[in-house]
Design a protein around this ligand. Structure first.
Ligand SMILES: [Mg+2]
Length: 231
């Protein structure tokens, strides 16, 4: 049976060291004159959702937010690219990821992919900064495809089916991430969720959302492969 294995990026494949947040705050300050509430959390959110929710909290209306959204995200990407190319980005891949990706790619039934709230160019920049080739991920759904994360699994499912030339069942899809939003987003299509506590949520906090499996990290390859691939 085919398995489409979709990784979240921040907190899951890598630790961005605050790179995304700094770049977003810089763009928000230029276009709205505020970074929004400092307690507002970015993890588990799509980029467009971050802009909308934080600027609503800062008192802006949707008309103004929508009018500035695309130019703000272009500014955000420029800041991200500038910092990544400077080399002083602070991004690092999580332990165990290289071996896990190699092992998954070696399995004929596995299609490796991404499911992330990052807009697609931001996803590529962060992966490259961590030393990962974005082309290894053959299918994906991004924050640039939809503002609402629960809409992303069906988009990835359709793209996987188009690429493979056959239907892909919801339960053939595995969504791997570090937040409750990752765990919950695939329920609508019956996807399997695997949670990993390498972001800001503990294994206990993630387990409360009832993923198929929850792991501390991906340093134990056998445990990781069992969680992702076993029935
Ligand atoms: Mg994440």
């Amino acid at each position: 049976m085919t398995r489409v294995v979709l990784f979240d990026i921040d907190g899951t494949l890598l630790a961005s060291g605050g790179l995304g947040r700094r770049s977003m705050e810089g763009a928000l300050m230029v276009h709205f004159g505020t970074i929004g509430p400092t307690h507002y959390r970015y993890d588990g959110k799509t980029d467009r959702q971050i802009v909308r929710e934080s600027m609503r909290m800062a008192g802006f209306g949707d008309a103004e937010i929508d009018a500035k959204m695309d130019v703000l995200l272009a500014d955000y990407l420029q800041r991200l690219e500038h910092t990544v190319s400077s080399g002083e980005h602070g991004v690092r891949m999580h332990l165990g990821i290289p071996a896990l990706l190699d092992a998954l790619e070696a399995r004929d039934e596995v299609v490796l992919g991404l499911l992330t709230g990052n807009v697609a160019p931001g996803a590529s920049l962060k992966l490259r900064a961590a030393g990962l080739d974005p082309a290894r991920f053959r299918v994906g759904a991004f924050g640039s495809d939809h503002e609402h994360r629960p809409a992303l699994p069906a988009i990835a499912q359709q793209r996987a089916a188009a690429m493979l030339g056959r239907d892909v069942a919801g339960d053939a899809i595995v969504i791997i991430g570090d937040t409750p939003a990752d765990v919950e987003c695939g329920r609508g299509i019956g996807a399997r969720a695997v949670a990993v506590a390498t972001g800001h949520f503990t294994t206990e906090a993630l387990a409360a959302f009832q993923p198929h499996a929850v792991v501390e990290d991906f340093t134990d390859l056998d445990t990781a492969l069992r969680a992702i691939c076993d029935n």
